[in-house]
Design a protein around this ligand. Structure first.
Ligand code: DP6
Length: 360
């Protein structure tokens, strides 16, 4: 396991014992879904299993300070994001913390103060709830470990953090692990579960372990439709049952492809998942078109490039216009040239993030 890409515990120490303030800290990367989580049931239970790769450069760094409060009167006193108060996210965190008291029953007895920053610009359109909520859940689990010595086993630590992260944002459940991650019950993978994610790296063929994700920023604006809105549209979508069947089939084929190193199958499924997500949105509610002209220009050029060169670059999309190019690390140099020469013209202010996934 290459630890440099792991969500990283970088500041877990006790400071100022005399004032009784202690702190924990985590750096947790964002992830890109290969099999998309789209649609959920009550309790943040996903409509289908999803598979993602956790990135490395695009991360949230969070430090949580805590001190004993009057029993039952503890609260989140401060939330500072990149140097300033952020009320909207602070409110979201307060209700999140309330919702996880059954998991962390000591929380009402402590005052918390949280500071956070993202490595990527706020305006880059990269989903930050996955990395942000994963970092918070990891901090809470570390706090429990500092206070009570549990969870004492590494596996249980990450299962608990992933479980808690899921309650903050579904995709965050996957961001507590590096590399390939599966979230959702899939009968052929023992220990897979709807309530938490598990790492998949051990079954991945060596040719597919070191993947790149070049993120092309077509539009920097925040998402036109929030994920929660998007998920809820699936409740009334006539396509939902078919989509869940397709996702199950894609999960089965993706796992088989990852084990055998079948990059062509990988590319087929990743692109089909991206296009399915957008077709579901086009067929939901008022009919949301989340791609921009630049998105389509890039998709066309990526397909031409793949046909001309045989280099297996797949495009993926989140619920927005930005394009992720996913490909084996061996092709990094040639793809970088392709991006710089052919694709940056379709990006907002020629912005892109040359990210990579962790290695299993
Ligand atoms: C399109 O995890 O952001 O990125 O659980 O409501 O917070 P909530 O949704 P969220 O949804 C992510 C949707 C997606 C696909 C994916 O990451 O699997």
């Amino acid at each position: 396991m290459d630890n440099s890409y792991r969500p990283e515990r970088y500041n877990s120490h006790t400071s100022g014992m005399e004032s009784d303030i202690r702190s924990v800290g985590w750096r947790s990367p964002s992830n890109i879904a290969l099999i998309k989580y789209w649609g959920k049931r009550k309790g943040q239970i996903p409509g289908n299993p999803s598979i993602s790769i956790t990135l490395s450069k695009s991360f949230t760094e969070t430090v949580m300070r805590y001190s004993p409060a009057r029993p039952g009167k503890g609260r989140l006193k401060n939330f500072i994001f990149e140097g300033s108060q952020q009320k909207a996210f602070a409110d979201r965190l307060r209700s999140y913390l309330k919702s996880v008291t059954a998991l962390y029953p000591f929380l009402p007895d402590y005052d918390l103060s949280i500071e956070s920053r993202n490595s990527f610009p706020h305006s880059s359109g990269i989903a930050s709830s996955a990395s942000a909520m994963a970092a918070v859940a990891l901090c809470l689990t570390s706090m429990e470990q500092q206070l009570f010595g549990s969870p004492s086993v590494e596996d249980s630590f990450f299962i608990k953090a992933s479980y808690a992260a899921r309650l903050g944002s579904g995709s965050a459940a996957r961001s507590v692990y590096p590399g390939y991650v599966l979230w959702g019950r899939y009968t052929r993978i023992p220990h897979s579960a709807d309530e938490f994610a598990i790492p998949l790296n051990d079954l991945v063929h060596k040719d597919l372990r070191e993947m790149k994700d070049s993120i092309l920023i077509v539009d920097e604006k925040p998402k036109a439709v929030s994920s929660s809105q998007g998920h809820s549209l699936m409740h009334s979508s006539p396509w939902a049952p078919v989509r869940y069947l397709q996702a199950a089939d894609h999960t089965r084929r993706m796992i088989r492809g990852l084990s055998s190193g079948d990059i062509e199958e990988f590319v087929r499924i990743v692109e089909s998942e991206a296009l399915t997500l957008h077709s579901l949105m086009m067929n939901s509610g008022q009919g949301y078109i989340l791609m921009k002209p630049g998105t389509l220009e890039i998709i066309q050029k990526v397909r031409d490039f793949r046909n001309d060169t045989g280099i297996p670059v797949a495009f993926s999309l989140d619920a927005g216009p930005n394009v992720h190019l996913i490909y084996p690390g061996d092709f990094a140099d040639i793809v970088r040239k392709f991006v710089e020469q052919e694709l940056l013209g379709s990006c907002s202010r020629r912005q892109w993030i040359d990210d990579r996934a962790g290695r299993g």
